[in-house]
Design a protein. Structure first.
Length: 149
């Protein structure tokens, strides 16, 4: 069912200019984790799961999402066995937050030199933005690497 739903969205928005962008929720952060640990050593879905938690935290920090909803979503992901902190990735202890930031600046979703994120307004409602404070992103990456999200 998931693959069929995704295929329908891809058909509807072939150029990723609308609804398809929401499929990238958690990917801006997740791709960095996947890249730094080496493709195939950490599952894509696990890396995106951690990225989704970071996107939730960024949404909360920007005042777009209530703390209660962020906790509810994080608890759900943890309860179904998904990883929520980058600190559990082998080798992550040696990663520098600045290195993750540099990788994110080269993500395919960067537009006009600005990182783009899919963030949450509430559970089930998201939006795409480049209007983020990079210090907030850096702080969230640092907390994830320390296991503090």
């Amino acid at each position: 069912r998931s693959a069929k739903a995704k295929a329908n969205i891809v058909i509807e928005d072939e150029k990723e200019s609308g609804i398809r962008a929401f499929l990238n929720y958690g990917h801006t952060f997740g791709h960095v984790i996947e890249n730094l640990c080496g493709y195939g050593k950490w599952l894509h879905g696990e890396a995106v799961s951690m990225g989704m938690i970071m996107a939730l935290e960024l949404s909360k920090k920007m005042g777009c999402l209530s703390g209660q909803e962020a906790v509810r979503a994080r608890d759900h992901m943890q309860n179904v066995g998904l990883p929520i902190n980058a600190s559990i990735v082998p080798g992550a202890g040696s990663w520098k937050p600045s290195k993750l930031m540099e990788h994110m600046r080269h993500d395919k979703k960067v537009l006009n030199g600005r990182m783009r994120f899919i963030l949450a307004e509430k559970i089930g409602e998201a939006f795409v933005t480049s209007d983020v404070n990079e210090k907030d992103v850096f702080d969230i990456v640092t907390k994830s690497l320390a296991g503090d999200l």
